[in-house]
Design a binder for this molecule. Structure first.
Ligand SMILES: [Zn+2]
Length: 258
C-alpha cells in the first residue's frame, strides 16, 4: 500500500469514517529528528516498514500513521486493521485502537515535541478526546519503556489537548485580562462614570456603585486625573472613592505574549 501524506485535518476527515476505540501515542526513538531532512518522509517510513516486515516478520508496518516534525502524517497500515502498538491493547474484531508514531526521540535532553508536530498531534488527540476516547501513552502499559518520551508529561499533554483551539487567557483573581489592560479599578464609594467627547470635554454617563470593578487601559492628568476604563469611559482619580491596582509583572508579560 502506498504511503499517503495527510495534514491533521485531512487525517481527521478519514478517521471519521472509522470508529477506533482509542488513540495510542508513540515516539519512534529511532529514526529521530536528525534523520528527517524535510523531504524524506517516504524513505524514513519505508525504513520502518522494512524493519517491521523483514526483521520483525510482521504483516505490515506496525502503526496506522507516522507523524513527522513538519506536521505531516504518512499513512502506514490499513486503518481498519489491528496495529502492533501496545501489547494487550491492540484490540480485536472491529474494536481497534488507532496507533500513531511520532518521528523523534522525546526523552529529556533529546528531540523536542514542538511547533507543527506538536500542533498536529494535539489536534488529532483532541478529536479522540472530544469523543471521550482514551489517549494512551505506550509507557502506561509498558513501564520499562519511556515511549513517547520522558520529555512528554501526560498530564501536561492532556491539558494542552483540552485547551487546544481555545483562545489563550491570562486570569487575574479569576477574571480574564484584556489586551492593553494595565490595571484594575475597584469602586469604594459611588462615583461618576464619564465619557469624553471629541473636544475632550467630559459628559456624565452614570454613577458607579461600590463593589463594581473595571479594567483600566490608561491614565492621564486631564480633569483632575482620570482612568480610562475602556469604551471611551473614564473615572476620576478621587482618593477614597476608588482603589487602583496593577497586575504582577509576570501577568503583564503573559498578556503581552497573547
Ligand atoms: Zn511506543
Amino acid at each position: 500500500m502506498p504511503f499517503v501524506k495527510l495534514n491533521a485535518d485531512e487525517l481527521i476527515l478519514i478517521l471519521k469514517q472509522y470508529n477506533h476505540t482509542e488513540l495510542h501515542v508513540h515516539h519512534t526513538w529511532k529514526p529521530n529528528h536528525d534523520n528527517f531532512n524535510g523531504k524524506n518522509h517516504e524513505r524514513v517510513q519505508k525504513g520502518m516498514r522494512d524493519y517491521h516486515v523483514l526483521t520483525n516478520k510482521w504483516d505490515d508496518i506496525a502503526q496506522h500513521v507516522t507523524l513527522f516534525p513538519d506536521g505531516t502524517f504518512l499513512t502506514g497500515r490499513n486503518f481498519g486493521k489491528q496495529p502492533v502498538s501496545i501489547k494487550g491493547y491492540n484490540g480485536g474484531g472491529n474494536r481497534i485502537p488507532f496507533a500513531c508514531e511520532m518521528v523523534g526521540d522525546f526523552d529529556i535532553g533529546e528531540d523536542k515535541l514542538e511547533g507543527k508536530q506538536l500542533d498536529a498531534i494535539l489536534k488529532v488527540a483532541k478529536f479522540f478526546n472530544d469523543q471521550n476516547k482514551y489517549i494512551r501513552f505506550h509507557r502506561e502499559n509498558a513501564p520499562w519503556k519511556s515511549c513517547p518520551g520522558t520529555g512528554i508529561e501526560k498530564d501536561e499533554f492532556m491539558e494542552q489537548v483540552r485547551n487546544y483551539g481555545k483562545p489563550a487567557q491570562v486570569y487575574w483573581d479569576g477574571s480574564p485580562m484584556r489586551k492593553g489592560q494595565i490595571g484594575r479599578l475597584s469602586i469604594l464609594k459611588p462615583i461618576n462614570l464619564w465619557k469624553r467627547n471629541s473636544r475632550d470635554e467630559i459628559i456624565y454617563h452614570r454613577v458607579l456603585q461600590p463593589c463594581e470593578n473595571y479594567r483600566v487601559y490608561g491614565y492621564d492628568e486631564k480633569h483632575g486625573g482620570q482612568y480610562a476604563v475602556g469604551g471611551g469611559y473614564w473615572v476620576t482619580n478621587m482618593e477614597g472613592y476608588v482603589k487602583y491596582e496593577t497586575p504582577s509583572k509576570a501577568k503583564m508579560e503573559a498578556l503581552k505574549k497573547l
